[in-house]
Design a protein around this ligand. Structure first.
Ligand code: SF4
Length: 418
């Protein structure tokens, strides 16, 4: 059971106050951040405009099973994305959600009756309802954002094999039973992935990139060898679809050794790599990500990020954090100011080595260890996103492979625009 905050509007700055206080931060990104933080619901009229034959309501991801009648996401006028965040996904009404409504014939985001911005539903890719040669709907094989293919080869994370080993905010362990009941396979058939991508590419202009991620696989001669091998096997097939040797794709993987990173670069052709530290504090990393801490460790994870810059080049490597998860209690920071200060110090250290940091908005989800925590204020997220983007810019690190046009989930890299 998640907590419901009754008086949060009196205790925090609201959306309009934050937009006014931070005029140098895009109001679209501030709004997106708050919708991802508070979630949104649909009015009856907005529901009537949502057509699952036209709009995207499903898709395979690692952390959530999207196969219902709710929107997979929203898009704002400037191209800023709101990923997921229907109330069942985003903090489950800890703070009351926004309402997507229809006013004067337009689909709009509203808060307490005030119209804040026009919005659209994501369009469903043309390949989604086609079938693979094995008869499976392609949306069950390859997922999608408005501009990229999302491929989750493996939906099981081996950190969960040991009780208490999974990351404390993560839903992947709690989905295991649901996946089994609904016959959702953990491991994808690479031939079916190939078929879905081949079909997707027929929609000219839709896809510009790939994002590949999966639960960590700890097996192999060296830790993560089998995880790397899955990517090598996949790209040895996918390469047949492209003329170039380099493929505009991002792998969000475990923290690979330098030797493994070289294999990844040379045998897949992908051009960018992300491995998430999740929380920028070694002690809190141990508490919040015990599996990662046990098998790799905080300092080794950082070292592997620095090695990755040598392998993939500056501007092609970053690390993600779950924004605000370091405020989880009882061991997290006691104030937002303390968290921000510590995050910026560590982000600067990473930036000195060519690694940028991107933040997501923490979704407190039922079934996770942190199900009864409370994510921080909107102002915290705006300060965090702006600060991380400022550090990235100060150190001249590009983030083109993870910006609003490729990913759209991270407020900090949404700010990376001309
Ligand atoms: S590494 Fe952590 S966040 Fe990633 S899938 Fe495993 S438990 Fe979840």
């Amino acid at each position: 059971m998640t907590i419901k905050l009754e008086n949060w509007r009196k205790e925090e700055l609201g959306i309009n106050d934050v937009i006014k206080k931070y005029p140098d931060v895009s109001r679209f990104v501030i709004l997106k951040t708050d919708v991802q933080r508070r979630g949104y619901a649909l009015s009856d009229k907005a529901r009537e405009l949502f057509d699952p034959d036209i709009h995207q309501s499903k898709g395979r991801t690692v952390f959530i099973n999207r196969e219902n009648i709710n929107p997979s996401g929203l898009i704002l006028r400037d191209g800023t994305l709101i990923v997921g965040s229907y109330t069942e996904e985003a903090n489950f009404g800890i703070r009351d959600p926004y309402l997507v409504d229809v006013v004067n014939g337009k689909l709009v985001l509203t808060d307490q009756g005030e119209v804040l911005e026009e919005v659209e539903y994501w369009r469903k890719p043309h390949f989604f309802d086609k079938l693979t040669s094995k008869g499976n709907p392609m949306w069950q094989i390859v997922g999608s954002r408005p501009q990229r293919f999302d491929i989750a080869l493996n939906k099981h994370c081996h950190f969960w094999d040991k009780p208490g080993g999974g990351c404390k905010y993560c839903t992947i362990g709690s989905l295991a039973k649901e996946n089994k009941d609904k016959n959702i396979s953990n491991l994808l058939d690479i031939d079916e992935v190939f078929e879905a991508v081949q079909e997707g590419l027929k929609q000219k202009g839709r896809f510009t990139t790939f994002c590949l991620t999966m639960g960590s696989i700890l097996t192999g001669e060296e830790l993560f060898d089998h995880e790397i091998q899955l990517y090598v096997d996949l790209f040895s097939k996918l390469k047949k679809l492209f003329k170039e040797n380099k493929i505009h794709a991002q792998i969000v993987g475990s923290a690979y050794s330098k030797k493994q990173l070289e294999v990844l670069r040379d045998k897949t052709g992908v051009i960018s790599y992300t491995t998430d530290l999740e929380v920028l504090n070694p002690k809190l990393f141990e508490w919040i990500c015990p599996g990662k801490a046990e098998f790799v460790g905080y300092n080794e994870w950082k070292k592997r990020l620095y090695d990755a810059v040598e392998v993939f080049g500056k501007g092609n490597v970053n690390t993600g954090i779950v924004g605000g998860v370091d405020l989880a209690q009882p061991y997290g920071y006691k104030t937002e100011a303390e968290s921000l200060k510590a995050n910026f110090a560590e982000a600067e250290e990473l930036a000195k080595h060519g690694v940028s940091v991107i933040n997501s908005v923490w979704h407190v989800s039922p079934g996770t260890y942190f199900h009864n925590q409370i994510p921080p204020s909107l102002e915290y997220y705006v300060q965090l996103s702006k600060g991380l983007n400022d550090i990235r810019e100060a150190y001249g690190i590009d983030v083109y492979f993870d910006d609003y046009r490729r990913c759209g989930n991270h407020p900090s890299s949404d700010l990376a625009r001309i």
